[in-house]
Design a binder for this molecule. Structure first.
Ligand code: CA2
Length: 162
């Protein structure tokens, strides 16, 4: 099984209960259910965590790195503010994929900047809860390819198996 830690940042515990106009009606439990079904098909072992605290999120990233897991992260507001989180991802050695429910680039200018994007393998945003599923599939593929690269990938350094 491929280990992946799904990390949700601040206020995402309110998902589905407030601001449905922006973030939809799905709750974190709904997202977890969908991810667990997908994970089974992908051969992924999931650990899922949410916190409202920056330091705790940094700790979750460190734990994922130390355990050799990949990271699927919606850092919420810390995406745009946290150098500590960026340093944690960079230092963890983990392959990370950034996800967002909303299309952050279609929103306020301060959401256009992600401090963690440069240390993530890729970003999925704008597809609501489906962003997580897409991110999980992409991350699982990257990690599987890392564990057993196709011969054609050996010299190219490419991530894709397509
Ligand atoms: O679109 C996303 O997934 C965001 O990461 C959500 C963050 C926001 O700061 C990012 O710019 C984009 C906000 C999460 C707050 O979630 C709430 C859910 C329901 C009610 C209130 C907040």
């Amino acid at each position: 099984m491929i280990p992946i830690h799904v990390l949700h940042g601040p206020n995402l515990n309110l998902l589905g209960r407030r601001e449905p106009g922006i973030y939809g009606t799905a709750t974190l439990d709904d997202i977890e259910r969908d991810l667990r079904v997908r994970a089974e098909g992908l051969g992924v072992a999931l650990t899922i965590r949410q916190t409202n605290h920056e330091g705790e999120l940094v700790g979750f990233v460190q734990e994922a790195g130390l355990s050799g897991a990949g990271i699927l992260i919606n850092a919420a507001a810390y995406t745009h503010t946290s150098v500590a989180l960026r340093d944690a991802i960079a230092g963890s050695g983990a392959v990370a994929v950034e996800v967002h429910l909303s299309n952050v680039h279609a929103r306020e200018a301060f959401r256009h900047v992600s401090l963690i994007a440069p240390v993530c393998a890729g970003i999925v945003c704008g597809f609501g809860p489906h962003s997580y599923g897409l991110g999980l599939e992409a991350l699982a593929r990257l990690l599987r390819n890392r564990l057993s690269p196709l011969p054609s990938d050996a010299s190219s350094g490419a991530n894709s198996q397509d």
